[in-house]
Design a protein around this ligand. Structure first.
Ligand SMILES: [Zn+2]
Length: 125
């Protein structure tokens, strides 16, 4: 014979279990969010520290050899950035119409103001 009270108490127990479980999930989610924030703070701080170390390297401060080699690699990459940016600027270079002096972009074939036909590029690199 099933007692009514037993059914009620079993149901209450199951409900408590579900509550505990969902509280746990909420708590874990909160903790994981906190972890993520702390980790991203640390990443930002490492980045800041790296920039300070690089600045020290550029100022000629004595730094450990392994760190100095990374700094010199970074310096090389900065040089590459400069080279690439100059190349881009060169490619974007404007040209001036010899007839009316209006600025035109490198790929224009006709002057938009006077219709002058630009000489075509010789396709050399
Ligand atoms: Zn023109």
């Amino acid at each position: 014979m099933i007692k009514y009270d037993d059914i009620i108490s079993k149901a209450a127990g199951a409900a408590r279990k579900v509550m505990k479980k969902s509280n746990k999930v909420v708590e874990i989610t909160k903790l994981n969010l906190a972890l993520g924030e702390i980790k991203s703070d640390i990443d930002i701080m490492f980045k800041q520290m790296g920039k300070k170390v690089y600045k020290a390297y550029e100022n000629g401060t004595d730094i450990p050899e392994d760190i100095e080699s990374i700094c010199s690699e970074i310096k090389e990459k900065y040089k590459r950035i400069d080279d690439i940016q100059s190349k881009v600027a060169e490619l974007k270079r404007i040209k001036i119409c010899p007839e009316c002096q209006k600025e035109a972009s490198q790929e224009d074939t006709f002057c938009s103001k006077c219709g002058y036909e630009y000489e075509t590029d010789d396709d050399s690199e």
